[in-house]
Design a protein around this ligand. Structure first.
Ligand code: PMP
Length: 402
């Protein structure tokens, strides 16, 4: 038993800015906000102590898992897509309109939550290889869920294409042409929900409301939280919305900022950034978009240039390729050393942040994104990672060389 040697509260009240209390440093939101939507954004930025101490850099994590609706960075995007559709008269709150989306999970969870808050229905298509807790959660939220076999984007039964086609078959669809006879024949019969309200395809990959949410929220928040001093921003791309929106906001203000893409194994974006081509020149044109991104990591890695990646791709300075083994080892490390329990894409970002720190050298400030919590990944990524148990002496070299 040890006495705590912390000063008593009254000892030094005015100077007592506790290094452990984010509450003191966190810019206060208004004390009462309107609905669950009001709990989105303004997430804390914190120093990841183990990685900072090991590298001599300041490695900061944006705690996006603390967004209040769907508990991921996708809350910002879902809210932005819905609000812009409302402004354009495409969606009307409490009308029973249906929002369709193809998603690896996080965007669907955010959309399904906000749909409930605003009186819409959500119909979510997601690949069947994603962690089962995501589709279970969607069902709890009252979404209609289609788990479809994983397929490349050029296949018509790909999850995104299916969501688009379903939206088109909705009796009154907004802003999209109706489904072709061929599309209709492959879809389940319209259920009674499809005769109510209108159908809206949110389209996170191509809808530019996505990067704008990060341009208007994540980017300005980071700039303010860092007092305008950031040397590198590191993020993966699933749709490209985060990296494009943040880079578009920060680069004009900080022209020397390094924007670094963290790319999981199997994704084509690393080659696109580093060599200017999506795939190995040996690979034949035409086969490229047929390839699935082969990784255990969920939410990031793509084999095509989406509108949201296009919006910022010229601002990306470098890319880091991260293996599944490294991501698994980093996820365990963050629990072991810091008590940080994050999902697979955040682990990829942290590997890339350490590589960036080593490239730039000590004394730099590197910001990355912690997109969601490990609890979304228990049955797949964390099942592979295993229990951390009593581990205390893992070396960072072992993580980086995993
Ligand atoms: N992490 C997770 C868990 C995600 O679901 C996503 C988005 N699919 C991302 C990161 C990547 O963000 P973006 O789509 O903005 O590139």
């Amino acid at each position: 038993y040890q006495e705590l040697s912390r000063p008593r509260h009254e000892d030094n009240v005015t100077e007592q800015v506790s290094p452990t209390s984010g509450l003191i440093a966190r810019p206060g939101p208004p004390s009462i906000v309107e609905g669950i939507e009001g709990c989105i954004g303004n997430t804390p930025l914190f120093r990841i102590k183990s990685l900072s101490d090991e590298t001599g850099c300041e490695i900061l994590g944006k705690a996006e898992f603390l967004n209040g609706a769907g508990q991921s960075s996708k809350d910002r995007v879902a809210l932005s897509m819905i609000e812009i559709a409302e402004e354009q008269g495409i969606l009307t709150p409490h009308s029973g309109d249906t929002i369709y989306e193809g998603t690896s999970g996080s965007t669907g969870i955010s959309l399904a939550t906000l749909a409930r808050a605003k009186g819409y229905l959500a119909h979510i298509c997601l690949p069947s290889d994603q962690a089962i807790e995501k589709s279970n959660l969607l069902l709890k939220l009252g979404a209609i869920v289609d788990r479809v076999p994983p397929a490349p984007i050029v296949e018509k039964d790909n999850f995104v294409n299916r969501a688009r086609a379903l939206a088109k078959t909705h009796t009154a669809s907004s802003g999209i042409p109706s489904a072709s006879a061929e599309e209709q024949s492959d879809l389940p019969a319209a259920d009674d929900r499809m005769t109510r309200g209108r159908g809206f395809f949110a389209d996170q990959f191509e809808n530019e409301a996505n990067w704008r949410a990060h341009y208007e929220g994540t980017g300005p928040e980071l700039y303010a939280q860092c007092g305008g001093r950031i040397d590198a921003f590191v993020a993966g791309a699933g749709t490209g919305g985060t990296i494009s929106g943040v880079a578009r906001f920060l680069k004009p203000l900080l022209p020397r900022l390094n924007v670094v893409l963290a790319d999981p194994q199997g994704s084509g974006l690393f080659n696109r950034v580093v060599y200017g081509v999506m795939f190995d020149v040996k690979e034949r044109e035409g086969t490229r978009r047929r390839r699935q991104v082969d990784t255990i990591v969920e939410g990031i890695g793509i084999n095509r240039v989406t509108a949201n990646f296009e919006a910022g791709k010229e601002l990306i300075d470098d890319a880091v390729r991260v293996t599944d083994a490294q991501a698994l080892a980093m996820a365990r490390w963050l629990v072991e050393k810091d008590g940080i329990f994050i999902g697979s894409s955040s682990a990829v970002n942290c590997i890339a942040a350490v590589k960036t720190a080593r490239k730039l050298g000590p004394g730099h400030r590197i910001v990355t994104v912690l997109s969601d919590s490990g609890s979304r990944h228990l049955s797949r990524f964390w099942a592979k990672a295993g229990d951390v148990g009593g581990a205390v002496d893992t070396k960072l070299e072992d993580v980086m060389n995993a």
